[in-house]
Write a protein that binds this ligand. Structure first.
Ligand code: WAQ
Ligand code: MG
Length: 271
């Protein structure tokens, strides 16, 4: 039996009472891993760079094996750029290559950059027109219910690609679940963490990492999913918000050398 262990934290009261979101995370773990994960999630809620939480909620729920779907990780390709402007141009290019119409990609990028307040979730946009398709308002669609199938294998896989931080770790899992959803063409995202300026475009079965999507110090982040015309939005939302997905390292295993600068990753990572 596996268990879903979740944490959400806010400041100024609970989210539903108007508190502002600080941090949230979920793991799907075996029974003997529950306690350790609760403790590291709590630590994370209390030490987030966005501020000190005064509301922290943690839940543990059993998950039946028959409820679990699987999806492969997207191979990571990195694009180092010099500025946010260059990063955004790169993102537009990759979105187009992935099948998003130019004007839709531009509209999506504009919506994310012009948002006055961060959403907690993502917006769903038409890959043809860029028009917002979901009805989830300022909350957006929250992708939950996913984790890594094999932690050690995932860590090695990341290390082989010279990629080893918590932001990327979580984004890679989320992007893999999203990419496996029916109707998804591409995803665009960058962090709301003021100290983390990288972002990505997932599309064509790849995770395109872009080193610079905003200015250092900016707390403005966002996420958009571009979908094909005719996508069943209710089914998409149910999949993204409710389906439990374990993400696995697929394809050919390359047991190359572990990069030195990633060697401490497993010890350092919060969860
Ligand atoms: N489901 C949907 N949208 C979400 C979720 C979720 N579970 N979590 C966050 N978002 C949205 C929300 O609007 C946030 O403001 C935005 O995404 C960014 O979230 O180096 O850290 O958790 O390759 O800050 C990307 C680059 C890091 C990683 C992304 O996102 C790399 C990141 P954050
Ligand atoms: Mg964040």
């Amino acid at each position: 039996m596996l268990y879903s262990v979740k944490m959400r934290a806010a400041r100024g009261g609970a989210h539903e009472q108007g508190g502002s979101h600080i941090s949230g995370a979920e793991r799907i773990v075996a029974e003997e891993e529950i306690a350790d994960n609760l403790s590291s999630l709590l630590q994370r809620a209390l030490t987030h760079t966005k501020g000190k939480a005064d509301f922290i909620q943690m839940t543990v729920e059993a998950v039946e094996a028959s409820q679990i779907a699987r999806a492969p990780f997207l191979p990571i390709v990195s694009f180092p750029v010099e500025s946010a402007a260059q990063g955004r141009e790169k993102a537009l290019y990759v979105l187009e290559q992935a099948g998003v119409q130019r004007q839709a990609a531009r509209a999506g990028l504009r919506m994310l950059t012009e948002m006055r307040e961060n959403m907690r979730g993502a917006m769903v946009l038409s890959a043809e027109t860029g028009k917002r398709m979901d009805q989830a308002g300022q909350r957006g669609i929250r992708v939950t219910g996913m984790d890594v199938e094999d932690d050690a294998g995932f860590t090695q896989w990341l290390q082989r690609q010279d990629a080893c931080n918590l932001h990327l770790r979580e984004a890679a899992v989320l992007a893999a679940k999203v990419a496996a959803a029916p109707g998804i063409v591409a995803e665009l995202c960058w962090s709301d963490d003021p100290e983390y300026i990288a972002g990505y475009v997932a599309g064509k079965g790849m995770y395109h990492r872009i080193s610079h999507m905003k200015e250092y110090g900016s707390a403005q982040g966002g996420r958009a999913f571009f979908v094909q015309a005719g996508t069943d939005l209710a089914a998409l939302r149910a999949y993204l918000e409710e389906q439990i997905v374990l993400v696995e390292v697929g394809g050919k295993r390359n047991d190359g050398q572990v990069r030195r600068d990633c060697a401490g990753y497993q010890k350092k990572r919060a969860i």
